[in-house]
Ligand binder design. Structure first.
Ligand code: BG6
Length: 478
């Protein structure tokens, strides 16, 4: 019979990344990671990569919201909301402080054992990203980051160690978070956070970016194959930032331009979900004369390591005009993009488009015919507590409600196979693009501010109880 509801095993939850919540950057034997040398910025003020940790700078990820010592309290709040799953990442440099060791750091492994046990106590499934914008800093200083093929082996060793260790506790994995961000190689932060490489410092930045990607595609495929050997029940996904690009108009030049821009996103799903390079990319390399170093066995590795599902983040859509193609790219934008007059935008310029989520779900499912997982969605805003301390974040509820409504249509009316929904930053955390505390996404407020003051005290926002009843009704009461 036609079901008018989401499936009963739908994975409602929330998402964060290790470096944006944990803090404890030098605790428990952890080595410095690439985010530990990344300063705080603001909207319009770039984060800076310093040469090592230097006096006189603020590094927001050093303390973040101290999930490292608060995780039991925070997980109890997730459980109160009824989370079925919790997405976070494992900080590679907690397990291998330098990245090139053979033996892991037991204190780091124990930390994640404790966290996973706490989640499982409440029947919350961990959903784990292996690489979410961090890697040991040593691998960048000594090896040049992911441009060096040796890093493939280091990453596979790290992944093998954690998959072996947590095989009975973690079923859902993802390899690289928003791997496609670095396709936008003109923005230093994107390359640096995805691979430890600042592409604009390279003699041929775009070719270097494709070389890095090849290494990560091979690493992802090897990890998928090995993971399935460790535990055949593992579900291992890839993860993309999905910003659908609309043609600005029905001018055929705008339509084909938008299609070309979409390929810069699809490319990542095409390789990781299908197991080979698409013809449009091979042509691009041929036309541009790019030589990407590959090993003879790589084609087989890619084919044998296709991911089981596609996880993606969805925050906004974009629209591009061919005539504006030389417009400089900006952090929330792409070449040729123009403000879409049909949708609103957040304070940070991110265009709010719930229908774009339904469109994206359909486009991805038609292309890959494998399960999808919305592993990030949310509204970054400045929350100002009222005099009595309450935080009435109706704007966040409105955003999420509208997106959940469209998500339901994609599943119930369009037949998309969707595993779950984990809104971003379920507890306030450090913003990735700006390093701010002030850009908040959480259902749980954390008293911590951009000048680094604050007690770290947790409190429930209005959206906390709203999301709780969304989950309790399996998305019926939004
Ligand atoms: C995604 C990332 O880009 O968006 C997260 O996977 C990030 O790490 C999130 O935090 C929101 O971006 P921001 O810059 O608002 O924190």
């Amino acid at each position: 019979m036609f079901s008018k509801q989401l499936p009963n095993d739908f994975l409602w939850g929330g998402a964060v990344a290790a470096h944006q919540v944990e803090g404890g950057w030098d605790q428990g034997g952890k080595g410095p990671s690439i985010v530990d040398v990344l300063t705080g910025g603001a909207h319009g003020v770039d984060r800076v990569v310093t040469d090592g940790v230097q006096a006189g700078y603020r590094y927001p990820n050093h303390q973040a919201v101290d999930f490292y010592t608060h995780f039991k309290q925070d997980i109890a709040l997730f459980a109160e909301m009824g989370f079925k799953c919790f997405r976070t990442s494992i900080a590679w440099s907690r397990i291998f402080p330098n990245g090139d060791e053979q033996q892991p750091n037991e204190a780091g492994l124990q930390f994640y054992d404790d966290m996973f046990d706490e989640l499982l106590k409440y029947n919350i499934q961990p959903v784990i990203t292996l690489s979410h914008f961090e890697m040991p800093y040593h691998l960048v200083k000594e090896y040049g980051g992911w441009l060096n093929r040796k890093v493939v082996d280091f990453f596979c060793h790290f992944s093998e160690v954690v998959m072996q260790r947590y095989q009975g506790k973690v079923k859902y994995w993802m390899t690289f978070n928003e791997i496609n961000n670095q396709r936008n190689w003109k923005i230093p932060l994107f390359g640096y956070s995805c691979s430890g490489v600042i592409f604009t410092d390279q003699p041929n930045p775009e070719q270097a970016m494709y070389q890095v990607l090849h290494h990560q595609f091979v690493a992802s495929a090897r990890v998928v194959k090995r993971g399935h050997q460790i535990n055949p029940d593992f579900k291992i996904g890839c993860m993309l930032a999905m910003v659908p690009i609309y043609p600005w108009s029905c001018d055929p030049d705008d339509v084909i331009f938008a299609q070309q821009q979409m390929r810069q996103r699809y490319l990542f799903g095409d390789v990781q979900m299908r197991g080979y390079y698409p013809s449009y990319l091979l042509k691009e390399w041929e036309i541009k004369g790019y030589q990407i170093a590959m090993q003879p066995e790589d084609a087989t590795i890619l084919r044998e390591g296709c991911t089981d599902y596609l996880g993606f983040s969805y925050y906004m859509s974009n629209a591009v005009q061919f005539a504006a193609r030389d417009t400089a790219a900006s952090i929330e934008s792409v070449d040729g993009s123009k403000r879409n007059p049909h949708v609103a935008a957040s304070e940070w310029g991110w265009q709010i488009d719930p229908v774009g989520l339904r469109y994206t779900l359909n486009a991805l499912y038609e292309r890959y015919q494998k399960p999808l997982f919305i592993v990030e969605n949310g509204f970054g805003a400045v929350d100002i507590p009222a005099e009595d301390g309450t935080i009435n974040d109706d704007y966040r509820i409105d955003y999420l409600r509208a997106h959940i409504a469209e998500m339901k249509k994609a599943v119930i009316e369009d037949g998309v196979d969707l595993m779950g929904y984990t809104p971003w930053g379920c507890i306030d955390c450090v913003s990735y693009t700006t390093g701010q505390y002030n850009k908040r996404y959480g259902f749980i407020y954390v008293d911590k501010h951009d000048d680094h003051s604050g007690s770290l005290k947790r409190s429930k926002k209005k959206s906390f109880n709203w999301y709780k009843q969304v989950i309790a009704s399996n998305g019926e009461n939004i």
